[in-house]
Design a protein around this ligand. Structure first.
Ligand SMILES: Cc1cc2nc3c(=O)[nH]c(=O)nc-3n(C[C@H](O)[C@H](O)[C@H](O)COP(=O)(O)OP(=O)(O)OC[C@H]3O[C@@H](n4cnc5c(N)ncnc54)[C@H](O)[C@@H]3O)c2cc1C
Length: 517
């Protein structure tokens, strides 16, 4: 289906430049808003046509903010969620302007930069901005075509133009294309894919609710991160009473965020010190250098050595840890989180200084520990989880080994020989970053097969970080593809933060606008 926002249909399309955006989640929308904005401000002479492809029903909310469950809260404080680059408070301003609607529809939401409102409210905000910029584009003579379909293939013509093919076998020509296809499903436990009671992803939530009608059934959720917590909330908010388990490698829960972010002034782990270290040692940065600096940062704050072994959380009572975390967050004393949150605007610069082998080491060894601190859960979710752990409805199983389907039940085994059973399994382990394995996004493996994109050894695809233009070592020409978000997992550690992707949309559209002026 195609909706056209255009007052100038008679314009000669062959004189115009056409930009396709594949994926109208928050990243694709941020690119769209910037493209329209920059086109207008820079008074570009070239006629612009924008094709926006989205396989979901709505444009603007994406997977992240279109889960349809009020209990799925933002995991990032509202004060960071502006959809316009460097206007981080824009969402909060919008909430102020819409206070009456919010009080009516979400009476529990406080309009505040430190609030964690439902993600669907944020989705509504992005959709509104999307619609406003469709109208603005129309007034300025920019043609915007909204195409509700999945792009499954693309071909590069001899004159470096793109032909995009949808699942409905329609084809569209474009000069440039932004890949904003977002989050992928996990690729673990693929052998179970065909079992009726196995969900390869917790999305859409409506599918879980439609299928798991027996509210007393036992459900095992693979993973224990923020996505697993979303799956848990989908179930318990809709009256599930049966036993639920988190079945995960390390069995670690995210920590709990303080109701207000605690300003923290780093003295040791700073970008300046990292660069100084590289300069003085005349050696590339190593992961161990960063770990040492992180530990020294915490100890210099405490003015005493910290018992790092006591800080380890694997194989410990997760309810007890959660209760300690809630107390720490309430008392605003989450030191390790405070350090990592204060690093927000320097993490990417430091990540870029790490050689690929060290990045891979980080992903293998450190990421789970980094994530539980850096992507902590809102207090409200912490309290919800505390309740279900306390009531014995939720158990957390670490050390996962295998899941099999036997006698109409799933048998879940751990490396230390524990055996558990479940009626349903929901795979909420992390999204894959290996392009070949992105089976829920057939376009990307297809582009890889055709040699239009190249895999990055750390994950995702290669791109030039100054422009976000897809990079291919063997091709002699500049690629007409740009990329943003999850597909840059190897190059950009922060792709799972909206504010970061929004700032990348600025970089991307700065380059793109130069090419279409
Ligand atoms: C469940 C969840 C919760 C999150 N919560 C937060 C949060 O609270 N705060 C925060 O800062 N970040 C959060 N994130 C991180 C989030 O990934 C980033 O904020 C990101 O910017 C989301 O936008 P996106 O457009 O990149 O991805 P997505 O939201 O995944 O959107 C991509 C869109 O592309 C469409 N698409 C994909 N392939 C095609 C195709 N071939 N053809 C047509 N359409 C296609 C999809 O249907 C989807 O709508 C969350 C992520 C997830 C998955």
């Amino acid at each position: 289906m195609c909706i056209q926002y255009c007052s100038t249909l008679d314009m000669k399309h062959n004189e115009s430049k056409t930009v396709a955006i594949i994926g109208a989640g928050a990243s694709g929308t941020a690119c769209f808003l910037q493209l329209v904005h920059k086109y207008i401000v820079q008074r570009a002479a070239q006629q612009l046509r924008i094709l926006i492809f989205e396989k979901r029903t709505h444009f603007g909310e994406g997977l992240a903010f279109g889960t349809g469950q009020e209990g799925h809260l933002l995991n990032t404080k509202a004060g960071l969620m502006g959809i316009f680059p460097h206007e981080r408070m824009h969402f909060v301003q919008w909430m102020h302007e819409n206070q009456d609607m919010i009080a009516r529809k979400y009476p529990q939401v406080s309009v505040h930069p430190d609030a964690y409102p439902p993600r669907m409210l944020f989705g509504q905000y992005v959709q509104e901005m999307f619609a406003a910029y469709c109208n603005l584009a129309q007034k300025q003579g920019i043609i915007v075509d909204l195409i509700r379909a999945e792009v499954v293939d693309a071909t590069l013509t001899k004159d470096n133009k793109l032909i995009l093919i949808t699942d409905e076998h329609q084809s569209f020509k474009a000069d440039y294309c932004i890949l904003a296809t977002g989050n992928t499903a996990s690729n673990s436990f693929r052998k179970l894919q065909k079992q009726a009671n196995f969900f390869s992803s917790p999305w859409p939530s409506s599918r879980l609710l439609k299928k798991i009608t027996n509210k007393r059934a036992s459900v095992s959720i693979v993973g224990s991160s923020l996505t697993a917590i979303d799956a848990l909330i989908t179930l318990i908010d809709n009256g599930h009473k049966g036993p639920i388990s988190f079945f995960s490698l390390k069995g670690l829960l995210p920590r709990v965020q303080s109701p207000t972010e605690i300003p923290y002034q780093r003295k040791v782990l700073t970008l300046a010190n990292v660069r100084k270290h590289i300069r003085e040692k005349q050696n590339p940065l190593r992961l161990t250098d960063l770990i040492r600096m992180f530990r020294s940062e915490a100890e210099s704050f405490l003015e005493k050595p910290l018992d790092w072994v006591a800080e380890e959380r694997e194989f410990r009572d997760q309810l007890q840890l959660l209760e300690e975390d809630i107390a720490l967050a309430t008392g605003k004393q989450c030191l390790l989180q405070n350090i990592l949150y204060s690093l927000r605007d320097e993490t990417y610069a430091i990540w870029k200084l790490l050689p690929d082998d060290q990045k891979l080491l980080f992903l293998k060894w450190m990421k789970p520990y980094f994530d539980i601190n850096r992507h902590a859960m809102p207090m409200e979710n912490g309290i919800k989880i505390q309740k279900v752990l306390h009531a014995g409805q939720l158990t957390i199983i670490g050390n996962t080994d295998d899941i099999r389907w036997k006698n109409k039940r799933f048998i879940l085994t751990t490396e230390d020989g524990q055996v558990n059973e479940a009626d349903y399994v929901i795979n909420a382990s992390g999204p894959t970053v290996v392009v070949k394995e992105m089976i829920d996004q057939p376009l990307l493996p297809q582009l890889l097969k055709k040699g239009y994109i190249e895999e990055h050894p750390v994950g995702g695809i290669r791109a030039d970080l100054e422009s976000l233009r897809v990079y291919h070592s063997k091709r002699k020409r500049l690629s007409p593809f740009y990329v943003i978000g999850h597909q840059l997992a190897g190059l950009q550690l922060d792709i799972n933060a909206l504010w970061f992707n929004v700032e990348q949309a600025d970089i991307l559209t700065n380059d793109l606008i130069k090419n279409i002026r």
